[in-house]
Design a protein around this ligand. Structure first.
Ligand SMILES: Nc1ccn([C@@H]2O[C@H](COP(=O)(O)O)[C@@H](O)[C@H]2O)c(=O)n1
Ligand SMILES: C[C@@]1(CO)OP(=O)(O)OP(=O)(O)OC[C@H]1O
Length: 159
C-alpha cells in the first residue's frame, strides 16, 4: 500500500489569558485555553491524524498529560516528534487539511503563517498544508465561545 489516511479532532476550553496558540502561531485573543501543553488544537488534531494514519495510537499515548515533560509544551515539538515516528517507518505527510471551529478569534488572517510553520516542521511544501476555519453559527459549545475545536485529515505517502 502506498498511501495511508488519518483523521484527528481536538478541543480545548477557553480560560483566562490573552492569546491562543493555533498552528504554532500566537493569536491575540481576550481568552486563553485550558491545557496541559500550549493547547494548540490545530497541531493536536494534526498529530492525531498523523498517528492515526499508521494506527500508532493518539497524542495522549505518546505525550501523556500525566507527564510533567509536556507541561506548557510547544506543540510544534509534538508535531516534529510525530513526523520522526512516521518517517522512521518510511512515510511522510503527502498533504494535510485542518479546519478550526470557533466564532473568534478570526483565523483566516493567521492561516498563511500557520501553514508555513506546519510545512516547515513536516519538511513539506506549503502547498501541501491547508488551514481553514468556520464558525458554528453560534450553535453548540464553539458557538457559545466556550471552547475551540479543530479537525484534521492527513494523507501519508511513501518517503
Ligand atoms: N474563526 C473563524 C471563523 C470563520 N472564519 C472565516 O469566515 C468565513 C465564514 O465563516 P462562516 O462560519 O460564517 O461560514 C469562513 O469561511 C472563514 O474564511 C475565520 O477566518 N475564522
Ligand atoms: C497534548 C497533551 C500533552 O500532555 O496535553 P493537552 O495540552 O492537555 O492537550 P490534549 O489535546 O488534551 O492532548 C493530550 C496530551 O497529549
Amino acid at each position: 500500500m502506498n498511501i495511508r489516511i488519518g483523521q484527528g479532532y481536538d478541543v480545548h476550553a477557553f480560560g483566562d489569558g490573552d492569546h491562543v496558540m493555533l498552528g504554532g502561531v500566537c493569536v491575540p485573543h481576550e481568552r486563553g485555553v485550558l491545557a496541559h501543553s500550549d493547547g494548540d488544537v490545530v497541531l493536536h488534531a494534526l498529530c492525531d491524524a498523523m498517528l492515526g494514519a499508521l494506527a500508532l495510537g493518539d497524542i495522549g499515548v505518546h505525550f501523556p498529560p500525566s507527564d510533567p515533560q509536556w507541561r506548557g509544551a510547544d506543540s510544534r515539538a509534538l508535531v516534529r516528534h510525530c513526523d520522526r515516528l512516521i518517517r522512521a517507518r518510511g512515510w511522510r505527510v503527502g498533504n494535510a487539511d485542518v479546519t478550526v471551529v470557533c466564532e473568534r478569534p478570526k483565523v483566516g488572517p493567521h492561516a498563511p503563517a500557520m501553514r508555513e510553520r506546519i510545512a516547515e516542521d513536516l519538511g513539506v511544501d506549503i502547498d501541501a498544508i491547508s488551514v481553514k476555519a468556520t464558525t458554528s453559527e453560534k450553535l453548540g459549545f464553539t458557538g457559545r465561545s466556550e471552547g475551540i475545536a479543530a479537525m484534521a485529515v492527513c494523507l501519508l505517502v511513501r518517503a
